[in-house]
Design a protein around this ligand. Structure first.
Ligand code: ARG
Length: 481
């Protein structure tokens, strides 16, 4: 019997491993507001880079996985082993070569200047002392910072262009191809003929993966030789995405309807909000649970130490936890947990976010609960003990219930803060509600409606949460009588 079971188990293991072999993936990271190289079509990331990597994967029997994150993280993601390749219209520079290896180059580009049609700026000389926008961490950013002065840095090029269109900037410096795409969507903008730099694009691979680099170079060379690269580039360079704009003389109502259609209906854009909403809820609920558990634990340890002098070592550890977590911003913690602590392990990002926000919230919950415990009269503990209850039992059934009731409003507050804080998840390429709105904004160049929708959804969530908490509070009050 045992022998058969073993045989079956081994058989299962072998099949499982075999399946893994076939399913081996190739993870590409990018910042997907960079048409025609990478952008969203529906919920899929497409574009020259995406198609090239998909083709490289296909030719090498790998399963392509494409992830969207902020541009200044794509190289870190490759370095830390979170991704196999960064393909994001990345310019080859000497500084970057020190961090990662570049594949052979597959495109050339320029940094160009975008200005409003009625602008007086007509060349590089006009850029001094104006409000100049760039995408953070790009070669455009580097050029401007070095040669012109401090620019205004946006998390992506589309947002910089939207700010320019809204009159918040005087010019934007951007890569030529996306500049052309963005300008074609904004009839009031133009690109100046004079370019600032000429650059080569290549894909980035970790210095520890020479065999992967070799595979890419070999495949890219073959794709160049058989015309695949040219065909992919051609497809995207000439197919500028059509824009839905109401005519200049359209009435207000018509304009609102068109904007609503473009932002939410077209290409199923509402799905970014719905999917993001689900992710936000998922992370928030699990993080609250983790935070409450951690918080309780820490609060009990700390107050027991205060009351009885026990748990000296644990108390020091808890103190350190509170100091570190409360002393650093949650975004930084999230990035550290993702890139450093889980750096070389392949874990789901949702899990990373739950851990980050749970651990963060735990520190605040701990202090809230501790203050609740401290607010319960000391005599209660003495009374419990003199009735013969143990310390633990008195804590559990006398002190904690009263403490919890006293701090319920403060705890509710903490949950509300947590829910909204998850909006920084986009930093690790998680598509939560805020990021969903960002993606829509980057596609429609409309700041108003996507932001309004996102704000409204958070507001509704918070109102519901407050209502629930209030009900809970009332219920506790009733029980008291
Ligand atoms: N070529 C520029 C650079 O390497 C900008 C690339 C931005 N890419 C993007 N997908 N947003 O710095």
């Amino acid at each position: 019997m045992i022998r058969y079971t073993l045989l079956v188990l081994i058989g299962l293991l072998v099949t499982a491993c075999g399946e893994r072999e076939v399913q081996k993936s190739l993870t590409m990271v990018t910042e997907a507001t960079f048409p025609p190289y990478e952008f969203y079509r529906g919920s899929e990331i497409v574009g020259i880079d995406a198609d090239i990597v998909r083709e490289v994967a296909r030719r090498n029997n790998l399963k392509p996985v494409i992830e969207d994150m902020s541009f200044d993280s794509v190289i870190t993601a490759v370095q830390s082993g979170k991704a196999d390749v960064a393909a994001s219209g990345i310019t080859v520079t000497e500084d970057r070569k020190k961090q990662i290896d570049f594949t052979r180059s597959y495109a050339t580009a320029q940094q160009v200047i975008i200005v409003p049609k009625d602008s007086r700026i007509c060349g590089v000389e006009g850029l001094q002392g104006i409000r100049l926008g760039v995408q953070h961490g790009t070669t455009g950013d580097l050029y401007v910072t070095e040669h012109i002065g401090q620019p205004e840095r946006f998390s992506n090029g589309a947002l910089a262009v939207a700010a320019l269109a809204a009159g918040k900037l005087d010019a934007v410096v951007l890569d030529s191809a996306p500049a052309k795409e963005h300008v074609s969507g904004n009839p009031n903008l133009q690109i100046l003929p004079e370019a600032l730099t000429t650059e080569e694009y290549a894909m980035a691979i970790s210095k520890n993966r020479p065999e992967l680099l070799e595979m890419f170079n070999r495949t890219l060379e073959a794709m160049e030789a058989d015309g695949t690269l040219a065909r992919i580039t051609e497809t995207y360079m000439n197919a500028s995405p059509e824009k839905e704009t109401a005519g200049e003389h359209a009435g207000l109502w018509e304009r609102i309807c068109t904007a609503f259609y473009t932002n939410f209906v077209k290409d199923d854009r509402w799905s970014y909000l719905v999917n993001g909403f689900v992710v936000t809820i998922e992370i928030s609920l699990a993080a609250v649970a983790l935070g409450v558990m951690l918080g309780f634990l820490v609060a009990v340890i700390r107050s027991t130490h205060d009351l009885t002098g026990r748990f000296r070592v644990l108390n020091v550890l808890c103190h350190a936890y509170l100091t570190v977590i409360r002393g650093t911003p949650v975004v930084v913690q999230l990035l550290i947990i993702y890139f450093v602590i889980f750096g070389s392990v392949d874990v789901s990002k949702v899990l990373v976010a739950i851990v980050a926000f749970g651990v963060n919230s735990g520190a605040y919950v701990a202090e809230i609960i501790r203050s609740g415990i401290m607010s319960v009269d000391r005599g209660q503990m003495e009374a419990g003990r003199s009735l013969g209850l143990s310390y633990g039992c008195t804590m559990r059934s006398v002190i904690l219930p009263q403490a919890l009731k006293n701090v319920l409003p403060a705890l509710g507050n903490e949950f509300i803060v947590l829910l909204k804080e998850t909006s920084v998840c986009g930093y690790i390429a998680l598509q939560d509600l805020t990021k969903g709105g960002d993606i829509i904004r980057s596609q429609t160049y409309d700041a108003f409606l996507p932001l309004l929708a996102v704000a409204l959804i958070y507001l509704i969530l918070v109102v519901c949460l407050s209502w629930l908490l209030k009900k809970f509070e009332l219920r506790l009050k009733k029980n008291e009588r």
